[in-house]
Design a protein around this ligand. Structure first.
Ligand SMILES: Cc1cc2nc3c(=O)[nH]c(=O)nc-3n(C[C@H](O)[C@H](O)[C@H](O)COP(=O)(O)OP(=O)(O)OC[C@H]3O[C@@H](n4cnc5c(N)ncnc54)[C@H](O)[C@@H]3O)c2cc1C
Length: 261
């Protein structure tokens, strides 16, 4: 690993000020540290954000659940408030990686990284989330731009993620047996006025499957998407699953999610 400067920021303003074109925020380090050790990334400055109080904690207020960006997966998985308000969100967090990853990894780090197989981006899309940064509020539908790419500007810090509490929801994933990342994961959420079917793992970036969402808006039953033949031409194909298999998994996991709602 190459040498770097370590900084511990006391608040968002300081963290943002320390950021440069050659820096990274250090949340749990679950992506950043292995990337540096493997020589896939080098940074001049690492800005530790774990001590910024504002970035931690979970609040349920009225129609939403607000989770601080540095909140760890284990805290979301164990939160009584999240379990009560959006049980599918706590079970998503419980299914991330392994205990070591869940005890270090954070929601902000996960969505800032926007791995095409990560779980939280699908929750953001399905639950009409709003990403609160130190500069603005960004709708989830405008946040995830492409593979490992988001709407964040250099030095912009995610402070919290606000999820809309749905009427019903469920997240179902077919996990990679080694890492537990999603080969395909589908988060179905039924809100008062819309249904979202957020898919991760299938393409280069999380997306809302409009065709399935439309069918489920008309009739919220797995029978309404049974046998749907999805276009696999832009789906991922690798040693874990072919594009055609992923297309079929999207329908299978979506049906499981609807049945579990
Ligand atoms: C073995 C292993 C298995 C895993 N399995 C899964 C899985 O099953 N499902 C899954 O979804 N994920 C999985 N992950 C990813 C993990 O859950 C972490 O969330 C992810 O690696 C990000 O780590 P972190 O939160 O520690 O962020 P860091 O590694 O500290 O940071 C990652 C990136 O996010 C940026 N960043 C961090 N916080 C902020 C912020 N508040 N604002 C702006 N930018 C920020 C940093 O600058 C950096 O670029 C796995 C990881 C490992 C190592």
């Amino acid at each position: 690993m190459k040498d770097f400067n370590y900084h511990s920021a006391k608040d968002s303003k300081e963290a943002s000020k320390l950021a440069s074109s050659n820096s990274a925020f250090l949340a749990g380090g679950m992506t950043t540290i292995p990337s540096m050790k493997l020589g896939l990334a080098t940074y001049k400055d690492l800005i530790d954000i774990k001590n910024i109080k504002k970035l931690s904690g979970i609040k349920v207020s009225g129609k939403s659940v607000i989770i601080g960006a540095a909140t760890k997966h284990v805290e979301v998985a164990n939160s009584k408030d999240v379990k009560k308000a959006i049980p599918s969100l706590s079970s998503l967090a419980e299914g991330i990686g392994d205990p070591q990853v869940r005890n270090r990894g954070t929601i902000g780090g996960s969505i800032a990284n926007n791995d095409p197989s990560a779980d939280y981006p699908s929750a953001c899309i399905a639950l009409n989330a709003t990403i609160h940064t130190n500069e603005r509020k960004i709708e989830a539908s405008k946040f995830f731009k492409g593979m490992f790419e988001t709407a964040l500007k250099k030095g912009e810090l995610i402070e919290a993620v606000e999820f809309q509490i749905p009427e019903k929801s469920s997240y179902q994933k077919h996990p990679n047996p080694a890492s537990r990342y999603a080969v395909v994961g589908v988060y179905v959420a039924k809100h008062k006025s819309d249904v979202n079917v957020a898919v991760t793992g299938a393409k280069s970036c999380v997306y809302n499957d409009k065709e399935m969402a439309k069918a489920l808006s008309g009739n919220f039953s797995s029978s309404s998407i049974d046998g749907m033949d999805l276009d696999s031409s832009d789906m991922n194909s690798d040693i874990h699953a072919s594009a055609e298999y992923r297309a079929s998994l999207v329908v299978t996991q979506a049906k499981k999610a609807v049945d579990a709602c």
